[in-house]
Design a protein around this ligand. Structure first.
Ligand SMILES: [Zn+2]
Length: 234
């Protein structure tokens, strides 16, 4: 359930019986023909779909993430690593204060890995609170399903093209883009990176059949739900 669909009294009552919650984390950045909000949309929706049958509250997505390399594309907003970590600290401190002890951070953006590293430090400072940092798209079962559908998959390719990440009136090239040389891309400043990337897809087909995408989504939702269910440290 969405946290913002509850009032504080309902949450106080809920916390007496369950101390789990989910924090989706995204990014606002170029995703080729797809929405600038892909990473925020997907991390929030996979969280909500995973939480729905087990009644775990889902906080509003942290929409902005760490994405300095896409800043030459309009629509990209990046947080400094120090800002993102300060934000994560304040959110986790608040969750602890209100009584949450088991938190799943569902991350939708690879550039946010410093938040995952910081979580280990935060837990050392806050014993008794467990946080799982879950990169939903490359968790083992979901990544295996991606590879089974089409091994060439990457940022802004078909693997992020769901009915809920498309924008209106856009056509997708009916081709498979050759994979970009990622280490080479990472050696570039944002303007050169934009030049190399063209539309922004890192490589692979742009769109696949919705039946394949819905099957992939089912795996991701189930895998995320399993993490929320447990096991958790006693
Ligand atoms: Zn993405």
């Amino acid at each position: 359930m969405r946290l913002i669909d509850m009032n504080w009294m309902q949450l106080e009552a809920h916390l007496k019986g369950d101390d789990r919650c989910i924090l989706p984390i995204g990014s606002i950045e170029q995703h080729a023909q797809l929405s600038l909000g892909v990473d925020a949309i997907l991390s929030e929706k996979v969280s909500l779909d995973a939480a729905q049958p087990i009644g775990v509250p889902v906080f509003p997505v942290l929409s902005y993430g760490i994405t300095p390399y896409f800043t030459a594309f309009p629509g990209t907003v990046t947080l400094r690593i120090s800002t993102a970590i300060a934000l994560a600290k304040d959110v986790f401190d608040s969750m602890k204060r209100m009584g949450f002890r088991r938190i799943v951070a569902v991350n939708g953006h690879g550039g946010n890995s410093p938040i995952g590293a910081y979580i280990q430090e935060w837990m050392a400072d806050n014993p008794g609170v467990a946080i799982k940092f879950h990169n939903w798209w490359n968790a083992p079962k979901t990544w295996a399903k991606v590879k089974a559908i089409d091994p060439v998959a990457s940022h802004a390719s078909w693997m992020e093209n769901f009915p809920w990440t498309r924008v209106a009136n856009v056509a997708y090239p009916d081709t498979s883009k050759p994979m970009v040389d990622i280490p080479h891309l990472k050696s570039m400043d944002p303007a050169r990176g934009r030049e190399l990337l063209g539309d922004g897809n890192f490589g692979g087909r742009y769109i696949r059949d919705d039946s394949e995408m819905l099957a992939l989504w089912d795996v991701a939702v189930a895998e995320t739900r399993e993490l929320v269910e447990g096991p958790w440290p006693k």
